[in-house]
Design a protein around this ligand. Sequence first.
Ligand code: NAG
Length: 310
Amino acid sequence: MSAARTLRVPGRHGYAAEFSPYLPGRLACAAAQHYGIAGCGTLLILDHSESGLRIFRSFDWNDGLFDVTWSENNEHVLVTCSGDGSLQLWDTAKATGPLQVYKEHTQEVYSVDWSQTRGEQLVVSGSWDQTVKVWDPTVEKSLCTFRGHESVIYSTIWSPHIPGCFASASDIVKASTSYSGSVANGRSENDKEKLVIQNLLVTGAVDCSLRGWDLRNVRQPVFELLGHTYAIRRVKFSPFHASVLASCSYDFTVRFWNFSKPDPLLETVEHHTEFTCGLDFSLQSPTQVADCSWDETIKIYDPACLTIPA
Ligand SMILES: *[C@@H]1O[C@H](CO)[C@@H](O)[C@H](O)[C@H]1NC(C)=O
């Protein structure tokens, strides 16, 4: 692995790292003071080049920020979510605070995602209040609220291909989800049955396992990846390599997997000294990855398993 470019952010514990879909090398990081238990939050906008990682902008919020998602129709805009139950819309072209605050959730909002399907501009949020809400960011109030989960919601993501479909992960799977290819599992207030279903969704769990699900038949997972030694915090599919995914964990590591291989663990990256919560693949470079940890660092690097052909 080539040397990671590291940015130290004293007093800020990283929760999410997301590459800009527009600008190569631009990364957003959602962070919280005091491990997110108390204190304020910070949204960092970073630029990465040969010379390293530097802060382009920094925005503070008066509660911890737990997740961030880039707009799919405006390169300057992002949405974050917070411990105080609110979502914030930020404009990186401006130096000051959020353009809009959306306050409906009654507890911590742990997950936020902007839809990628064409023609749709919707944000989905998942909260410890056990609800999922869908928002049109141009409207202050949510469009709809989804109930059905009986516990805290840790992850909500849109299907990258089917408009209007998202998955939400709660107690059963805890932690995190990522889609490969198409489709999702939607649940609505009026329609509690699981919808749609084809293709692959992966979940990361507190039991340290990653499981791939063919959503047409969820009786049993199509693959299981074992190796993490503490709960998995986030999981992402590579946008460039069909069967490659990465996961980060409370065991401090980031692991890279190829679920098509009999021995699927490609690499274990151990460059953090605390819970590793944020993780993303670059959308421009097939080899580049970013992560962030409660150890107050954000790293961009090119893991060997992606740079050296198998
Ligand atoms: C993943 O594994 C498959 C099957 O062994 C192989 O064809 C493919 O090249 C691998 N991809 C990467 C990026 O390692």
